[in-house]
Design a protein around this ligand. Structure first.
Ligand code: COA
Length: 144
């Protein structure tokens, strides 16, 4: 099992497949938006591979962007399929190994995802402006 950066041409169909497995509960999200985040040069997408298949992906803003970029270390997407096999946690741990903090928003109704983030050390620190999402933060204790 391994984790590596995305090779867009080679991997994008498998990533879209994973997203499609969840998109019924993500009705307001369009694939074009996810694809745009993956293509954005300020972001990086990492994939988890098991038995030659992609089983999870994470899209995150790179750490060393401009000082005024308030999306530094922001997790845009995290999807795993199949679920509950530890793949999502493995990608989070890989990101935590390299960073001082991580930030994300998660829908309040995504209870499985919230459990996953809490299990990986994230804490709710406020809600989104429209009240529909939690903002969650993880801080690397080694940097305090
Ligand atoms: C959220 C998501 C990425 C988590 O990845 P995952 O590989 O399924 O999660 P893990 O196997 O690492 O599970 C970690 C913990 O999360 C919780 N969890 C995950 N799936 C769960 C489920 N279906 N039911 C209850 N708890 C669940 C558990 O506490 C689990 O730990 P445990 O198995 O030791 O009890 C994945 O479930 C997913 O793709 N969900 C749909 C998309 C989504 O909501 N993404 C987040 C957007 S912010």
């Amino acid at each position: 099992m391994s984790i590596r950066g995305i090779d867009y041409e080679q991997d994008i169909k498998s990533i879209e497949y994973i997203w499609l497995k969840h998109c019924t509960s993500y009705k307001e999200q369009k694939w074009e938006d996810v694809d745009g985040e993956i293509k954005c040069p300020k972001n990086r997408t990492y994939i988890k591979i098991k038995n030659d298949s992609i089983v999870a992906f994470i899209t995150i803003r790179i750490e060393n962007v401009e000082d005024d970029d308030n999306l530094q270390n922001y997790i845009f997407e995290l999807f795993a399929y199949p679920k509950r096999k530890g793949f999502g946690s493995e990608l989070l741990k890989e990101m935590q190994d390299k960073r001082q903090f991580l930030i994300l928003h998660v829908k309040k109704t995504s209870t499985d995802a919230i459990k996953c983030y809490k299990k990986n050390g994230f804490q709710i620190n406020r809600e989104s402006q429209d009240g529909s999402k939690h903002r969650m933060v993880w801080r690397n204790k080694n940097y305090n």
